[in-house]
Write a protein that binds this ligand. Structure first.
Ligand SMILES: [Zn+2]
Length: 69
């Protein structure tokens, strides 16, 4: 595994997912449970710069060509 974002402690370090305009998790747009869980557990954000989930990031930047990140 490469990259520096996986220290191994899953209790304190989770992927932050992005939310779409419907409040769904971007990498799991059909799963309402996932969206609810993400909200309850605080593992989703509307701040694109804070998203760490690689799938979400990929989708985010695919959708916005003018992303300033
Ligand atoms: Zn995600």
């Amino acid at each position: 595994m490469k990259g520096g974002l996986m220290p191994g402690d899953r209790r304190t370090r989770r992927d932050l997912h992005a939310l779409d305009e419907h409040g769904m998790v971007l990498c799991n747009p059909r799963d309402r449970e996932a969206a609810h869980r993400a909200e309850m557990e605080g593992i989703a954000t509307e701040d694109a710069a804070a998203v760490t989930c690689s799938k979400c990031r990929e989708l985010l930047f695919r959708n916005r060509r003018d992303a300033t990140l």
